[in-house]
Design a binder for this molecule. Structure first.
Ligand code: GDP
Ligand code: IMO
Ligand code: MG
Length: 428
């Protein structure tokens, strides 16, 4: 079972890090193919808790080769901070490989992210402020810097000059900020060259050879389907393709190599930042989910917006990504809710939609049509088989499965590595 893609099925923070970690002992490679240090994955191993941003979650498992592929935008300072923090905790990070074609986030991208958000005022996206959008904008505008540019100082200088030419006008004249010097940026980047040299390689070829040799590769998505720049709630999205197609363009592996697509979905819904969210709760249930689920961002510490499960979104995710298996996480958080509402359709100004409407205006106006399912009160965190779950928890899972467009193959019953109920093998 060589190539498996794992993606977020909602608006992020579904528990992708934990799901990757669960599979990691059976994997040879874990590849990050999109996004950058806007991601935040919390992985709990025994008493140890790890918060990963730029690095793929597979880095925590000995034997796995972690790969940062071409689709990622890399803040090199953050890369070394994260590597050093893991090394101090005894994690072997020597196997990490980084694509020569991955783009670089520099200080001017971080600055632009913050000032453009401020200028948007009420129309803010609520970005993580990590420079993600501006770095991808440069990539598409063909003025980006790639990892391979670091190894040719002349080219690097020319490219930084080209990029800053335009940006300094913008920074000084529009945003009233100081101009950024070419030397400042070049020197900062060159300081990392020696440490980067052994890591930077043709990761597309590396992964191709691994798959040819029958090794198992997991492509771990950052962000999620509803934050995808093409298929999410544009413009309230991130700037990359977080869907399974992004694993192909973001790594240089052909689409016909992908064997399975795992969608990670929470038993309810959360969102960080601005944008439409039909099942969002503003009452005490919203506080309940947020507190019980510890819904505070791993990256920015912001309180996540919370709401009930949205079945049309799960169906949409299953369709866009070709999901073969869902991992349903955080079922334990719903323990004690007497009757659990699930959105089965939307009411848009009197018209019923069974699927996610293509028009953003319709989606903004969508009111959920709820069906309610009986809850349970028993602690489920000790369950390790489906039969050990209370009858009502079993039927809640079966109802979600029937509405969501793919089988549910694993269920999270707590944050720990082993707090999981497996129904089907995710890799086979
Ligand atoms: P990611 O960005 O998709 O990797 O998800 P995050 O790590 O940002 O957020 C998921 C949070 O839920 C983390 O704090 C996990 O430790 C936690 N978590 C994952 N699965 C479960 C589960 O089944 N139950 C509970 N209670 N927590 C979980
Ligand atoms: P993981 O991988 C949740 C959101 C931000 C903002 C929008 C754009 O942990 O699931 P950006 O900085 O990417 O330009 O911000 O996307 N966002 C996330 N929300 N989880 C994430 O990652 C996110 N990465 C970005 O809050 O609304
Ligand atoms: Mg997260």
């Amino acid at each position: 079972m060589p190539a498996v893609v794992l993606i977020g099925a909602q608006w992020g923070d579904e528990g992708k890090g934990k799901a990757t970690d669960l599979l990691a002992s059976r994997l040879d490679y874990v590849v990050k193919f999109n996004g950058g240090n806007n991601a935040g994955h919390t992985v709990v191993v025994g008493d140890e808790k790890y918060a990963l941003h730029l690095l793929p979650s597979g880095i925590l498992t000995p034997g796995v080769t972690p790969v940062i592929a071409n689709g990622v935008v890399v803040d090199i300072e953050v890369l070394f901070e994260e590597l050093e923090a893991l090394e101090t905790r005894g994690v072997d990070v020597s196997k990490l490989r980084v694509s020569a074609n991955a783009h670089i986030i520099t200080q001017y991208h971080r600055t632009l992210d913050k000032v453009t958000e401020r200028f948007l005022g009420k129309r803010q996206i609520g970005t993580t402020g990590r420079g993600i959008g501006p770095a991808y904008a440069d990539k598409i505008n063909r003025v980006g810097l790639r990892m391979q540019d670091l190894f040719d100082e002349n080219i690097l200088r020319q490219k930084v000059e080209g990029a800053l030419d335009q940006k300094n006008h913008l920074l000084v004249k529009v945003y009233n900020r100081r101009a950024i010097g070419v030397d400042e940026v070049v020197d900062e980047l060159l300081a990392y060259v020696d440490r980067l040299r052994p890591m930077v390689t043709d990761t597309s070829l590396l992964l191709h050879r691994a798959l040819e040799a029958g090794e198992t590769v997991l492509f771990e998505g950052g962000q999620a389907t509803m934050l995808d720049v093409d298929h999410g709630t544009y413009p309230f999205v991130t700037s990359s393709n977080a869907t399974s197609g992004g694993a192909v363009t973001g790594s240089g592996i052909a689409p016909n190599r992908i064997d399975r697509v795992i969608g990670v979905v929470k038993a309810y819904t959360t969102r960080v930042g601005a944008g439409p969210f039909p099942t969002e709760l503003f009452d005490e249930w919203g506080d309940f989910l947020s507190e019980r689920g510890h819904e505070f961002g791993t990256t920015t510490g912001r309180r996540r917006r919370t709401g009930w499960y949205d079945a049309p979104i799960a169906r949409y995710t299953a369709r866009i990504n070709g999901v073969t298996d869902f991992v349903l996480t955080k079922l334990d958080v719903l323990t004690g809710v007497e009757s659990i509402p699930v959105a089965v359709a939307y009411d848009v100004d009197g018209q019923i939609f069974d699927e996610v409407p293509v028009s953003q205006s319709d989606f903004h106006h969508a009111k959920p049509v709820y069906e309610e399912f009986p809850g349970w009160t028993e602690d489920i965190s000790g369950a390790r088989s489906f039969e050990e779950l209370p009858a009502n928890a079993q039927s809640y899972v079966r109802e979600l499965e029937a509405m969501s467009g793919a089988r549910i193959s694993a269920i999270g019953v707590g944050p720990g590595r082993d707090e999981i109920v497996q129904l089907h093998d995710l890799l086979d």
